[in-house]
Design a protein around this ligand. Structure first.
Ligand code: UT7
Length: 320
């Protein structure tokens, strides 16, 4: 048994900050942000929460896949910005959808979250434990961004994406994942729910902090490696792959990966200019956009790759 994406959906808040809006908050410019990141604007939640966006993306994915909420065996939400710690976002999604047969829990794997959730879904389906799984990436990063730090606040946006994965007979594709906890401090955010949180809050430790250069170096080295490792476990070569759908962190990271791997950049779709970095939501938001625009055709081979805080990274091969 393998899991196949049979429905995809996404949601982003209407409200957005373009680079000129950001330049009113910190010392930066539209030109600098575009040149260094490829970002033009990012959606920022106003009324929406991680949960409400997760529900909207989930509904869109169910509708796209013509799947009833009651058919779901598992709801797995990847998020680092849950608006409630308990109950988990997935349980709230279950309540909103009426997915009474689903088991629900959340996963914290930052920008690798969607790929890790996808891999977990594959493992559950292969084991026979669950057959129909809803995975979601939903983030309200604007709540944890340090809006005084121009080195990071320019990058992030809010949004959600979801995929319904259904078990079926067919070729099983590999997944590869890695983590390196020794590098955790390069992209960190402490919980507000701990003793001494006031001091940590004042020191901005409860907001996202990032060593951009280190994360950049990590990404451009590890992403090509993990894709090579993934394809090495198959009979496919990179020329067989139709799309490389990478976590949208920085346009220069994606261009550098394409160059290092000697793959045409046209095979690396991007929408970072519109959304910024939406962490666990970036890959399903992009897949949904590609699907709706007719770029994705059944039978195409796609590599998805995620990377980020942990540090964690991974890649999966799938057939659309
Ligand atoms: O999902 C994973 C999440 N994180 C990432 O993917 C982040 C990966 N890293 C990056 O995307 C890049 O490192 C950044 C976009 C964050 C920064 O770009 P960079 O080319 O690495 O810039 P830098 O940190 O080396 O800074 C270069 C200069 C510095 O000035 P000096 O010291 O050369 O005078 C910074 O102070 O640019 C300055 N700078 C800015 N200037 C205008 C840093 N941020 C800004 C800014 N506007 N927003």
């Amino acid at each position: 048994m393998r899991g196949k994406i049979c429905g995809i959906g996404a949601y982003a808040p209407e409200n957005f900050y373009d680079n000129h809006d950001i330049a009113k908050i910190v010392e930066t410019s539209d030109e600098w942000i575009r040149e260094r990141t490829g970002i033009v604007r990012r959606h920022i939640a106003d009324e929406d929460t991680t949960m409400s966006m997760a529900v909207k993306a989930a509904r869109a994915a169910l509708e796209n896949g013509k799947v009833e909420a009651k058919e779901l065996d598992l709801i797995l939400t990847a998020t680092i910005t849950p608006n409630t710690i308990i109950p988990c976002v997935s349980c709230e999604v279950q309540k909103a959808l009426g997915a009474e047969n689903a088991t629900c829990f959340d996963m914290s794997a930052a920008c690798a979250g969607f790929v890790f959730a996808y891999n977990a879904a594959q493992a559950y389906i292969a084991s026979g434990m669950y057959r129909t799984i809803l995975i979601i990436g939903s983030e309200t990063l604007s709540n944890i961004v340090n809006w005084e730090d121009r080195g990071s606040c320019i990058l992030f946006g809010d949004g959600a994406g979801a995929a319904v994965i259904r078990g079926e007979e067919g070729e099983v594709f590999p997944c590869v994942t890695h983590s390196d906890g020794t590098m955790g401090e390069v992209l960190a955010c402490e919980s507000r729910h701990q003793k001494g949180w006031e001091e940590k809050e004042a020191a901005k430790q409860t907001y996202l902090s990032m060593n951009g250069k280190e994360v950049f170096k990590f990404a451009v080295k590890k992403v090509p490696e993990v894709i090579e490792e993934l394809l090495g476990r198959t009979d496919y070569v990179k020329e067989d792959i139709d799309w490389f759908v990478l976590h949208q962190a920085n346009q220069r990271i994606i261009e550098s990966v394409a160059k290092r791997m000697k793959i045409d950049i046209c095979k690396f779709p991007m929408n970072i200019s519109e959304f910024g970095n939406t962490s666990s939501a970036s890959i399903p938001i992009l897949l949904d956009e590609m699907n709706r625009s007719g770029k994705l055709k059944r039978g195409q081979k796609i590599v998805i790759a995620g990377f980020g805080a942990g540090l964690s990274w991974g890649a999966s091969l799938l057939e659309w």
